[in-house]
Design a protein around this ligand. Sequence first.
Ligand code: SF4
Ligand code: SF4
Ligand code: SF4
Length: 267
Amino acid sequence: MQDKMPSHPNKKLFFFNALSRIIFLLLTPTIFRALNFGFIWHSIYWGTITLVVLIWGSMIVISPLFGRIGCGWICFAGTVQDFVSQTSLFKIKWRKPILVLRVIMIILFFASSITFFIINLNAGKISGIQFNPMFLDMEFNAHYKHVWLFDITGFILLGMLLERRWACRNLCWMGAICAAGASYSRLLPVIDPQKCNLCGKCEKDCLVRIPMVDYVKNNYGLVTSSECTICGKCIESCDRDAIKIRMVWSRSEYIRRMEMNQDSPPL
Ligand code: SF4
Ligand code: SF4
Ligand code: SF4
């Protein structure tokens, strides 16, 4: 029996995803200060709204609609981990994020940066919140190069040691906030249960190791994981063209229509 289906245009999604991430990775030495969410700490510290705050802030704002687009298409830290974690030392099938760890990281981040902001304010070094998109250009030109090297090395080591995107799932405060938004995301991978033969290839290849087959068995193929980065790798992996990424405006309506025994996803 011939299992393989003809290629679908959706298959190109991961090609564009890889292209986007390689471009951003190559750009990081020059635009690092605009793309590294770590510099948000410096921005709060100095009471300054910078470009990096605006960029990552917008990623958080759009996450309830477009999920973890920033994590999947821009963030150099995610890309670096993906490169090296294919052969990571510790492989764990799938484990949900450790929520306590996520909350601790968020609290540590904001508590420390806001504390320094208040200290600076009381010391008269700053006079409140100011808007200066290129602030880090002026203040951190030499500094950011070292931070870039430190970050790249750190994420390479984390990726080589731990399961895929463990650091993204558990340590990154930005990922945790985006995941909270993405739990309402309308942009989702959708698996057609009629086409899927539960082979598991998509979840094996998924850059975050999301248990896709479980979603076919228990959720009519609607992949609602807030860890999904909309990268499209699963689409490329599926020989049966069973996966698409679609806007699903109402998750409950989707499930209701699937329960009515439709032949394929109501999209
Ligand atoms: S979770 Fe954090 S480190 Fe990972 S891709 Fe998202 S923003 Fe980058
Ligand atoms: S959706 Fe995943 S499990 Fe289903 S056929 Fe495609 S690769 Fe296999
Ligand atoms: S489910 Fe698909 S689109 Fe989402 S992260 Fe995994 S491979 Fe990428």
